[in-house]
Design a protein. Structure first.
Length: 318
């Protein structure tokens, strides 16, 4: 009788431990979701603040329309503060997502997307401390909202353990380097696209009033180059780390898997961009187009290959 009671007691304790563990996991997953939603709300406020900064700086003079951004300085600062707070809530959401599954939060396309948005916003905030790029606040907020909105509505998957192939220390090393590189690459692409738009305006006689606040073409050209040159070694390291991981997991360093192939194409494209600038002196329009071409290969790899591609890297969870 005593043994039966003891056995039932221990079984009951095990049941409650399992229940509490499951409840804790569920609570952390819910907290992660709420943090992501809160970050989206903050980025939405940032979007409206930066939109007001531009819209309400308009001054209608007798002969032309001009912009006086000193009138909306406070709105611009609010937008920057909201992006910073959104970054913090997004960081909390990513950390809680990982804690809910007891692993790094890079196991499917939803987690890649929220972490990519985190890296993109972080790259913007870091660059903002050194360069005067608050004018990028509006497109940055829009891009992050589109990424998070797609992740929440189309890509979301419940928190779950990693598939066996991803259970490795190299996941942290390889994927973190790739995500950071992607965030900086996309920021450089935004600046390159801005260069092309401003160059087109200036070639047709001058910038419109709303664009007079943006930096000079030389400044945009140099900033895009510096961002790519800064992060290109990290992308190189990410590819090398991935090859080492592939040898450990699959017994070969390189197999021309679609994701491996497009990661290499991205590396070649950005290497060509840096080579063209340093050795043959490409500047301005040609360099900006080449930067956008390289960025498009990264986005193709991130979206198409992850979602619709085949091979050993199909871990999107879709």
């Amino acid at each position: 009788m005593f043994m039966r009671f003891a056995t039932n007691s221990f079984s009951g304790i095990g049941y409650w431990k399992g229940f509490l563990f499951f409840t804790n996991q569920t609570n952390l997953a819910y907290l992660s979701n709420y943090s992501i939603y809160s970050a989206m709300a903050l980025f939405t406020i940032a979007f409206f603040a930066h939109a007001i900064e531009v819209a309400f700086s308009v001054r209608n003079l007798e002969s032309k329309t001009a912009f006086d951004f000193s009138r909306t300085e406070k709105s611009g600062r609010i937008g920057t503060a909201m992006i910073f707070l959104g970054f913090l809530f997004l960081l909390a959401g990513v950390i809680l997502r990982g804690a809910s599954a007891h692993r790094v939060p890079w196991g499917n396309m939803y987690e890649f997307s929220i972490t990519g948005a985190l890296a993109f916003s972080g790259a913007y905030l870091v660059a903002l401390r050194k360069y005067k790029i608050r004018w990028l606040g509006l497109p940055v907020a829009i891009s992050i909202l589109l990424t998070l909105g797609t992740a929440v509505t189309l890509l979301y998957r419940p928190s779950a353990p990693l598939v066996p192939a991803l259970k490795s220390t190299w996941l942290v090393i390889h994927v973190s380097a790739a995500i950071i590189s992607g965030g900086v690459f996309l920021l450089a692409n935004c600046i390159a696209a801005t260069y092309l738009i401003m160059e087109r305006y200036e070639s047709r006689g001058g910038r419109p009033a709303w664009a007079t606040r943006l930096p000079s073409l030389d400044y945009l050209d140099q900033l895009s180059y510096r961002l790519v040159a800064f992060v290109f070694p990290l992308w190189t390291f990410a590819i090398i780390a991935g090859a080492i991981w592939a040898e450990s997991a699959w017994g070969r360093y390189w197999g021309w898997d679609p994701k491996e192939t497009w990661a290499f194409i991205t590396w070649v494209a950005y290497a060509a961009y840096l080579h063209a600038r340093v050795t043959i002196g490409w500047r301005g329009k040609k360099a900006a187009w080449l930067c956008l071409l390289a960025g498009s290969t990264f986005l193709f790899n991130y979206v198409y290959v992850n979602v619709w591609g085949t091979g050993r890297h199909t871990y999107s969870g879709l």
